[in-house]
Design a protein around this ligand. Structure first.
Ligand code: ZN
Length: 247
């Protein structure tokens, strides 16, 4: 059996084309950087898609062929197609894994799946110490107790998310704020990992430990069961009433 995990790295790809400084950090876009380090893994096959592609590059065909979708968005959250967001939600419920990065907390996709306001506190330009607070979790495999990010945008509590399955990372910022930076959720048959680091102005996705966390998350979010049909109510006959099961 082919155990390759098919990953689609989706990125809005707006900031990297708009601002020279961000283009210097991510010349191939954030999606190019993430796809680059995932391609080194023998058990992962990667493709990329961006906002400007027809249907944002997330057609029914692409999602059917995706085990785990990695999703980075910011500037065009409101312009993102409702239809495509609904399609992603259904595929997650059917078992597709989803890794939502950084500002994707406020994407239509995550709001639809998690159902809360997804609001938080934020401030430009801070320093983060990312604490691993759940070292036995598969996403924490090989990750040190703390990771120092010398520059990162501050995301602080209260973060209005539903109660997570697990909180694996907790961010501390130099202003004193804390944040649930790495959380898992289950929706239907699908596993979701939200991961806070990754503001576009800083080279976060080049940090080896951050790359390892994303690789671990891909394997964790890979489907256990992938359904072919949308989740729906099923009417079933009572077998005892048909007489077939009478003693
Ligand atoms: Zn940001």
């Amino acid at each position: 059996m082919d155990k390759t995990i098919r990953v689609t790295v989706w990125n809005e790809y707006v900031h990297e084309r708009e601002y020279e400084k961000i283009k210097e950090i991510y010349p191939e876009g954030i999606h190019g950087c993430i796809a680059g380090f995932l391609k080194e893994e023998a058990d992962i096959a990667v493709r990329t898609a961006t906002f400007d592609m027809p249907e944002h590059g997330l057609t029914e065909e692409v999602l059917c062929d995706t085990d785990v979708l990695i999703f980075w968005s910011h500037a065009k959250q409101e312009e993102f197609s409702d239809e495509v967001a609904e399609r992603i939600k259904e595929h997650v419920q059917m078992g597709m894994g989803l890794i939502a990065l950084h500002s994707a907390h406020f994407s239509k996709v995550l709001k639809k799946l998690l159902g809360t306001s997804m609001t938080l506190k934020w401030r430009h330009g801070d320093r983060e110490r990312l604490w691993c607070i759940n070292p036995a979790h598969p996403i924490a495999a090989g990750i040190p107790e703390q990771i120092e990010l010398t520059q990162e945008e501050m995301y602080g509590e209260y973060f209005d998310i539903p109660k997570p399955d697990d909180v694996i990372f907790s961010g501390w910022f130099s202003g004193g704020e804390v944040f649930r930076s790495g959380c898992t959720f289950t929706r239907g048959c699908g596993k979701i990992f939200y991961f806070q680091p990754g503001h576009e102005e800083y080279p976060i996705y080049y940090v080896p430990e951050i790359q390892q966390i994303i690789k671990n998350a891909v394997r964790f979010c890979a489907p256990i069961q992938r359904r072919k049909q949308k989740m729906e109510c099923i009417h079933v006959e009572n077998p005892y009433e048909s007489g077939a099961n009478e003693l």
